[in-house]
Design a protein. Structure first.
Length: 281
């Protein structure tokens, strides 16, 4: 089980065994680290970068601060987590149910209720980056992120009420969540404008766009997008390409390789515009 459920009584209060939970996660091969009592803030110098499965290190951490919360460093080799937010500004459950009906959330291994009444859905960890769909109140915690895990407790603050992270369900499953597919469903890219047959985009920039479209996470997509925009600027300066067509084609490529899903359309356009500007100098 994810949550052992053992508790002891101290000074008339029920105190959950945070150390035991941390060791249980680590025994599964999931790196963990402590967060400050009642908070989400890490209680180590380097946050999730300090996460470990070493029982000796974990015991030393919680021997010094036994009330620390337990956090799991997300992504492989641990878990990817879909975070369904519930805040005064809105709820992510409508988007969550849309993704579920579309068959994109199959194979989850656990569900955890968060302190605000939201949901953490656990999947097998991957090397995908973290992502966010703010308009739909969904976060994706994967490589480079972390989540508080049961039985962590967070005190009330300006971001939500007090509450405990509680295991709701667990099963033997090894499904993986395709975050890009979720983004395409909930926040699809705009349909590309119809281009006139024989435009210079297809002949002069097509190879660059195909190359960019095929890039994967970890292949410096931002740097390559900037490079592609610089090449487009050269074609624009030579009168072989219009700037609107270039921006459109490069943005399509950023959607295709997942850069927009991971970082947002505004950030992609910022890289494109910088490349178009620098390439023209």
């Amino acid at each position: 089980m994810l949550l052992l459920g053992d508790a002891t009584t101290a000074q008339g209060r029920v105190v959950t065994d945070m150390l035991g939970q941390a060791l249980a996660y680590a025994a599964r091969g999931w790196p963990v680290f402590p967060c400050k009592p009642g908070e989400k803030a890490p209680n180590t110098a380097h946050g999730f970068h300090d996460a470990t499965t070493s029982a000796a290190v974990i015991r030393a951490w919680w021997a010094q601060h036994p009330a620390d919360n337990v956090a799991i460093a997300t992504g492989s080799p641990a878990v990817d987590v879909l975070d369904v937010d519930v805040t005064p500004g809105g709820s992510g459950f409508e988007a969550y149910n849309r993704a579920k009906r579309a068959g994109l959330l199959a194979g989850a291994c656990a569900q955890v209720r968060t302190r605000s009444g939201g949901l953490h859905v656990y999947f097998t960890g991957t090397r995908q980056g973290c992502g966010k769909l703010a308009a739909h109140h969904l976060d994706f915690k994967a490589s480079g992120g972390y989540v508080l895990a049961p039985p962590s407790f967070v005190a009330a603050d300006d971001r939500g009420p007090a509450g405990t992270y509680e295991l709701l369900a667990e099963r033997a499953a090894d499904g993986r969540l395709d975050w890009r597919a979720v983004c395409r469903l909930l926040d699809p890219p705009p349909a590309p404008a119809r281009r006139r047959p024989g435009t210079m985009t297809g002949r002069s920039l097509g190879g660059v766009v195909r190359y960019l479209s095929g890039l994967q996470d970890g292949q410096q997509r931002w740097r390559q997008l900037y490079w592609g925009a610089c090449r487009a600027a050269e074609l624009i300066a030579a009168g072989k390409l219009g700037e609107p067509e270039a921006r459109e084609a490069l943005l399509d490529a950023a959607w295709a390789n997942g850069y927009v899903a991971d970082h947002g359309e505004r950030e992609a356009l910022r890289k494109i515009d910088r490349g178009l500007r620098d390439g023209a100098q």
